[in-house]
Write a protein of this length. Sequence first.
Length: 150
Amino acid sequence: MTWYGMLVLLMPLAAWGVMVLAVRVRVRLGECGRRAVPGAVKPLALLSAWSLAGAAAVFAYAWLVYSPGLYPDKSCMAFTGYRQFPDSYGSLPVSLVCHGVELVPAWINPVLAALACIALPAATAALGLCATSWSTRRTPPAAAHRGDPT
């Protein structure tokens, strides 16, 4: 597996770790008590998580089935019947070409792209909504009545 293949597989784990760390730091500093989170955050976060999990599952399936692995000549033999090294192969987009024929099904790369295009904007929107709800500071009622800027 190449380095960017590992990057794609570890992106959901890294994103989850960063979010958990950010929440723990804010709770420890006392900045994140029991503030209300906007209602749209949970569906967006779930959509993002499920899309990333689906993309990771499709990529893992494609990589495990169609990667040349340690013996590239055997991967061509498994699909075409001829023991020959692949003409070309790649991780992103997932590709395995033997005898001039692309062996990876045509649906895999568009599904990966679609799931990534769903997950990344949803995660960005969810984090943006959380950040704006956390950053809004409410003025205390007494200061608001006196007209003092705080």
